[in-house]
Design a protein around this ligand. Structure first.
Ligand code: PDD
Length: 280
């Protein structure tokens, strides 16, 4: 695989980052994941806008322009012959040369790393036909989840808890309400209405969420942005999650209880079709 690091395209085993990099020592960095379908980048502009925002919130200067990021994305997709898959992008505060809690001086170069992952048949994931089972776990993450930082240990722990319990993912719950999935936004459908948590610092502002809600409204579906409980999810007609890598993924079971009929729902299926059609 050819990867990108700080201005260079290199074979992955020749790409290096300092052990003093703030991303490595302090999780002081942000990332984006852009899906590739038929060689095309999905929702690229949205991901770049969020990258810009995440960096600004952390006062990390953005080292490249959206045009430069786009050129590198395209270059990596071509060099690695990616038809379906994703491009991962990470920007960290860089290498101050020592470990220190205070940020280094503003002229410290940021570290930019990008690589591809090939996922043939990404849009036809068999899971989309059977749906995911999820469990709920307490949301113990920090309180700036709107910033897409590389600090992913808690979501990782929650994912492992889900795996240990034989299901696909975990929904994170705070003050009795679902915030989001480990790496996706969460939704329920009740009486034809799509319900998903309102945007705030409590959740990541999903790029797929924005697109899916826009398509839903355009298709005259009702959307309500508010938080919901696990009990509401269990008595909903349908549930699903969205993310750049899962698109729209139906959820058929929450904490061992079937959602609706326990089968993949019509609304989720339709939104998945619309999303894949419109964004390709
Ligand atoms: N995760 N919420 C969280 C906590 C996420 O990590 C993600 C994305 C989302 C969905 O955002 P988007 O639709 O912009 O992908 C919501 C990516 C895919 C990841 O970590 O791999």
């Amino acid at each position: 695989r050819t990867v990108y690091v700080n201005g260079e395209f290199l074979p992955e085993d020749q790409a290096h980052v300092s052990i003093f990099d703030r991303g490595f020592l302090m999780a002081d960095g942000v990332y984006e994941v852009v899906s590739v379908l038929d060689g095309k980048l999905l929702d690229f502009a949205g991901h770049m806008a969020r990258l810009e925002r995440s960096l600004a919130e952390l006062q990390i200067p953005n080292p490249l322009s959206a045009e430069e990021y786009l050129a590198i994305h395209r270059d990596l997709v071509a060099r690695n012959e990616i038809t379906d898959g994703l491009v991962y992008l990470q920007v960290t505060r860089g290498n101050p040369g020592d470990r220190d809690f205070a940020y280094p001086s503003a002229d410290t170069p940021q570290t930019v790393v990008m690589f591809t992952q090939s996922k043939p048949g990404l849009a036809d994931a068999p899971a989309a036909r059977t749906g995911w089972k999820v469990i709920s776990v307490e949301d113990l993450r920090w309180h700036r989840r709107d910033i897409k930082t590389v600090q992913l240990l808690y979501p990782s722990m929650a994912k492992m808890e889900a795996k240990a319990r034989g299901v696909d993912d975990a929904w994170l719950v705070e003050d009795g309400k679902v915030t989001e999935g480990t790496s996706n936004n969460a939704y329920i459908v009740k009486d034809g209405k799509i319900i998903t948590r309102q945007l705030s610092q409590d959740i990541l502002h999903g790029i797929t969420r924005a697109a899916v809600l826009r398509f839903a409204r355009e298709a005259q579906m009702q959307v309500e942005e508010r938080s919901f409980t696990i009990e509401e999810a269990q008595s909903a007609d349908e549930a699903f999650v969205t993310s750049a890598s899962a698109f729209v993924m139906p959820v058929v079971e929450v904490d061992g209880q079937p959602v609706g009929t326990g089968q993949v729902g019509q609304v989720a299926t339709r939104l998945r079709e619309i999303y894949l059609e419109e964004s390709r």
